[in-house]
Design a protein around this ligand. Structure first.
Ligand SMILES: Cc1cc2nc3c(=O)[nH]c(=O)nc-3n(C[C@H](O)[C@H](O)[C@H](O)COP(=O)(O)OP(=O)(O)OC[C@H]3O[C@@H](n4cnc5c(N)ncnc54)[C@H](O)[C@@H]3O)c2cc1C
Length: 398
């Protein structure tokens, strides 16, 4: 693969910046680029604007209606959007469900869901994990029993991000109680307004409500809402989870931490001197810059392996997930440490653009919440321990 900088990339960035200046409404700009989440209405409005531009699904290939961008272009787009304070997109729909529907959906399912997904009218959540079935997902017990042209779903999901505001859920259920555990799983699309669904909030240490428990009590789901054949849910899940690896690297977030650290380097003081003059700070900042660059190269490498359908893609994706999420935790912690006493303040609030002009109290807003949230990054999308096992097993294959 080629690590040379793409000479057209700067022109691409300029184009994205011009678009953001022109089309990103001022009232959608998140005053705080860290620690808070975009409101549902903001996600919808921004998605509609992106879709009008043909940029609604940045990671999709052209044959599926995406812009067909290279990996570098996708990363540059994400980074420019984050720098401009644009709302986030519905990642579950864009990066997980969308590719599944494109690959396995019937023409009717594509027609029913993709246009609404593209313009942000229908938001999704992911109903995979259950109490006792997270890493060992194939042991899931939520069952779907056939009753004529419907399934009747009973069971419980947990850690369902955004279930409280999602319109639909993509759900793994057991449709065959006798089959070997992976063989009995199916993949359903379920309207969250269906009678029998109850969502209960789980408050997390970052003081946000994004996690939930989701209960299913005799929920009737049309059989036509099943993606793929009955019992084919596990192979669809493996396809989907491979897409999840690359997105959990969250390279734009690492680059944002670097920016925050560079601001703090000159604004925060070590006695009378700026923090950058403290050798230990400067050394750690330099190490984080080098490690972020290494992650950027790994993201490209994993994408290239995936594109070539290389058998090494899976293990490399796991290495990337472990390294990137550990770095997220280390850097977000270092940001908070660099704030000194002000880092102890864990509250959300506005953060102005010109960091150098801000008092320290303002710089610290939301950063502790962000640091707390990142504790979860080595858990969601597959825990680090499980990723390490995947890497270790791969050593016996090559
Ligand atoms: C912020 C957040 C958002 C999430 N969002 C969603 C979502 O939207 N939808 C969804 O379905 N799920 C979601 N999850 C759930 C997530 O996928 C699971 O938490 C994850 O898969 C781990 O499963 P578990 O929590 O059941 O932990 P367990 O699997 O019970 O693991 C507990 C501990 O044991 C270790 N362990 C388990 N098995 C092994 C093994 N074989 N070898 C070595 N160590 C092992 C793990 O590494 C971990 O340290 C989310 C989780 C978080 C934290």
């Amino acid at each position: 693969m080629d690590f040379q900088p793409d000479r057209n990339l700067e022109a691409f960035r300029q184009n994205v910046r011009a678009f953001l200046r022109e089309r990103l409404p001022a009232d959608l700009v998140r005053p705080l680029r860290t620690g808070t989440r975009s409101a549902r209405e903001d996600v919808t409005r921004w998605q509609r604007i992106l879709n009008e531009q043909g940029w609604g699904t940045p990671s999709w290939p052209a044959e599926h209606g995406g812009p067909g961008w290279s990996v570098q272009e996708r990363l540059a787009f994400d980074e420019e959007c984050m720098n401009a304070g644009a709302p986030t997109q519905d990642g579950g729909a864009q990066k997980l469900l969308g590719p599944v529907l494109n690959a396995f959906g019937t023409p009717e399912q594509k027609a029913a869901h993709l246009p609404l997904l593209l313009n942000g009218e229908r938001q999704w959540c992911q109903g995979f994990s259950e109490p006792g079935s997270g890493s060992d997902l194939a042991s899931l017990r939520t069952r779907a029993d056939r009753d004529g042209d419907h399934y009747v779903v009973n069971g419980q999901k947990i850690w369902t991000s955004y279930a409280h505001r999602a319109d639909w859920i993509f759900l793994l259920v057991r449709t065959d109680q006798e089959a070997k555990k992976q063989a009995g799983i199916s993949f359903l699309l379920v309207d969250m307004k269906t009678p029998g669904i109850t969502v209960r909030p789980i408050r997390s240490i970052d003081d946000c409500h994004h996690l939930n428990e989701t209960f299913f009590d005799n929920v009737r789901v049309p059989v036509t809402n099943r993606v793929g054949a009955e019992g084919e849910g596990w192979s669809i899940t493996k396809f989907l989870l491979n897409n999840e690896h690359a997105s959990t690297a969250d390279l734009p977030v690492l680059r944002r931490y670097l920016k925050q650290l560079r601001s703090l380097a000159v604004v925060a003081r070590d006695g009378a001197r700026p923090l950058i003059e403290r050798t230990s700070f400067a050394l750690r900042l330099a190490r984080f810059e080098a490690e972020t660059n290494a992650i950027a190269m790994m993201v490209q490498r994993v994408a290239a392996l995936e594109q070539d359908h290389s058998p090494a893609a899976h293990a490399m994706g796991s290495i990337l997930k472990v390294r990137a999420t550990e770095l997220q935790q280390q850097m977000s912690t270092f940001v908070v440490e660099s704030l000194g006493d002000h880092g102890a303040v864990a509250y959300p609030g506005p953060q102005e653009r010109d960091a150098a002009a801000l008092p320290m109290q303002e710089l610290g807003r939301g950063l502790a919440n962000e640091m707390f949230f990142r504790r979860a990054s080595t858990i969601y999308g597959g825990t680090s321990e499980v990723q390490r096992t995947i890497v270790a097993r791969s050593l016996f294959q090559f």
